[in-house]
Design a protein around this ligand. Structure first.
Ligand code: APR
Length: 308
């Protein structure tokens, strides 16, 4: 039997997630949105792409949640995106209401599912979803680190005119200005990045990575990035559905790991059939450790505003 993935929010990120999944073919997809006709229309369009790519995935669009029942994974992308000049945190109060309502519906229909949060501010919304669903932490995760790391790898590969495949890197922390690219353990073809690029170029790439989402918002003017975010969310879903046990940077609820308790922060985790199967702790440099704690503090500020 094929797996079942629900994608809530059929806008830019959600529809792109659904389309990637439809192309891959290992899961049926239910696409949910509040706009009447829109998820149905997009699902029909995607269904008609499946014979071309040779996928037997079934794609359904709906405005309700009954069709989502017993999903294996639910990817939540419903919520407003940023406009130029806004930070992700500015979305807090609007998206909080949406995520509260959506998570309650999802948890009712699919009490055993894995939740992958994409809506921003990411870490706070993931924490809210765990609070509302009452799911164990193994089944709630936020997509940020895979995207931030992909941005970092892209910029490094461009700088060095190298293949993205040879750039090994990790970006931890919250999904915002306080993210923590792990420069000391970044390698290209196994060679430490510090031996390949001068410090000022590395610093500039780190800065561009942290502002990577904002750079796209200011170009698009009417919305935020969606191709890379959707691809990143599907990579996480795939690791769970296919029990790949990938080690990916994801936002998870730390319970003492890295000295942080009760907060969603991006760290390396092993994703497999049981969801978050392991939170991988390793020694950070003093600078990285301080940056991770700072990142956690900024997530705490949002949690305090939400009073959860
Ligand atoms: N239930 C279902 N869908 C909803 C709800 C709701 N309660 N509220 C809003 N939506 C839908 C909107 O109708 C819209 O189609 O969510 C969709 C969001 O799509 P876009 O506006 O295109 O936004 P997108 O770029 O996909 O970003 C979604 O992901 O990356 C983050 O910051 C981004 O928080 C934003 C989210």
């Amino acid at each position: 039997m094929k797996s079942k993935v629900t994608v809530v929010g059929a806008g830019n990120v959600g529809a792109t997630c659904a389309h990637i999944l439809a192309t891959k073919g290992y899961a049926d997809v239910v696409l949910v949105d509040i706009i009447e006709g829109m998820p149905q229309g997009k699902a029909l369009d995607m269904s008609q792409s499946t014979p071309i790519v040779g996928s037997d995935a079934k794609i359904i669009g709906t405005n309700g949640y009954e069709e989502t029942a017993n999903s294996d994974i639910v990817i939540i992308t419903s919520g407003v995106p940023r406009k130029p000049g806004m930070s992700r945190d500015d979305l807090l109060l609007t998206n909080m209401k949406i995520i509260q309502e959506v998570t309650a519906q999802v948890a009712k229909q699919s009490p055993k599912c894995f939740l992958i949060m994409v809506a921003n501010p990411l870490d706070a919304m993931a924490q809210l979803a765990m609070h509302v669903s009452k799911f164990p932490r193994e089944r709630v995760m936020g997509m940020a680190g895979v995207l931030d790391t992909a941005r970092f790898r892209t910029f490094l590969a461009q700088e060095l005119n190298a293949s993205v495949e040879d750039v090994q890197a990790y970006v931890l922390g919250g999904h915002g200005d306080t993210m923590v690219p792990l420069v000391a353990s970044t390698t290209v073809g196994g060679i430490p990045i510090s031996q390949l690029l001068p410090k000022e170029r590395i610093d500039a790439i780190v800065k561009r990575t942290a502002g990577g989402g904002g750079e796209i918002v200011s170009l698009l003017k009417t919305g935020s990035a969606f191709y890379a975010p959707a691809t990143a969310a599907v990579e996480m879903a795939e690791s769970i559905l296919l029990d790949k046990k990938r080690i990916l940077p994801c936002a998870v609820c730390l319970q003492g790991e890295y000295g942080i308790k009760g907060l969603f922060v991006g760290v390396p985790v092993k994703l497999g059939a049981k969801g978050v199967e392991q939170i991988i702790e390793f020694k950070l440099t003093a600078e990285e450790d301080a940056a991770l704690k700072k990142s956690a503090a900024s997530v705490q500020e949002l949690i305090d505003v939400m009073k959860i």
